[in-house]
Write a protein of this length. Structure first.
Length: 93
């Protein structure tokens, strides 16, 4: 479901909230945006990526397969959310 006031959906909101809380000390300056380069800025490293993927599986019920754990799909909140939505839409997901 998309929030008409912010233009974000549940997947995006869940990912942003988790990253802000767990990796950015709450993001007090509000610097995290959907297109923030998470890998380039060092927000996602190997441990943080595992934590985020576990959170996505627990909260959204979507398991991200190893083939989708790459720099292209983990580039930003927008690309991660798109990947998760695509995986969720697959039959049997």
């Amino acid at each position: 479901m998309t929030d008409r006031t912010t233009g974000t959906d549940e997947v995006t909101r869940t990912i942003i909230a988790f990253i802000r809380e767990r990796f950015l000390d709450g993001d007090p300056k509000g610097e995290l945006e959907e297109d923030t380069p998470l890998l380039a800025w060092g927000v996602l490293n190997s441990l943080n990526t595992v934590l985020l993927l576990n959170h996505i599986q627990d909260e959204l019920g979507v398991k991200v397969p190893p083939s989708r754990i790459n720099a292209r799909d983990l580039k930003s909140v927008r690309t991660i959310a798109s990947t998760v939505r695509g995986l969720a839409a697959r039959p049997g997901a």
